[in-house]
Design a protein around this ligand. Structure first.
Ligand code: SF4
Ligand code: SF4
Length: 133
């Protein structure tokens, strides 16, 4: 999905950093959050449950049947997004979320919703949100 992402992410090519403003919009966008084996292991450990339980409770098969994805009802935000726009599994969030927006090509409409911004390293705000999606 929207996944999600890192509040502060280095963009090696452009030598800029992405500052997320924590609006949570990308965790509400329709779509899927793919899970790698490493994501499943990290999320299960973070939640204090075994991988089998995590898979049963929180995942489903991707429409292309190539991987597991987070199980989310249509038109609902990510199951791990809190009402105040925090990611409940932030330290163990999936790779897809960590890579947002650096490796994403989100539809233009969604890009308009994102309030994050690219800045150079010397222009970072003092109040970077913590634990944001
Ligand atoms: S796992 Fe966290 S960062 Fe990823 S979509 Fe869900 S709430 Fe957002
Ligand atoms: S500012 Fe952008 S990257 Fe940050 S939570 Fe909002 S939509 Fe996601």
């Amino acid at each position: 999905m929207t996944g999600r992402q890192t509040p502060l992410e280095q963009s090696p090519a452009a030598r800029r950093v992405f500052v997320c403003h924590g609006c949570g919009a990308c965790c509400r966008w329709p779509g899927i959050v793919r899970l790698t084996d490493e994501d499943v292991a990290a999320l299960a450990e973070f939640l204090g449950i075994d991988e089998e339980t995590f898979i049963r409770q929180s995942t489903t098969l991707a429409p292309d049947r190539r991987s597991l994805i987070l199980d989310m009802p249509a038109a609902e935000p990510c199951r791990f997004l809190t009402p105040d726009n925090h990611c409940r599994v932030y330290p163990a969030r999936p790779r897809q979320c960590r890579d947002f927006p650096n490796t994403w090509s989100a539809p233009a409409d969604y890009g308009l919703e994102c309030r994050g911004e690219w800045r150079t390293a010397g222009q970072l705000p003092d109040d970077l949100p913590e634990g944001r999606p």
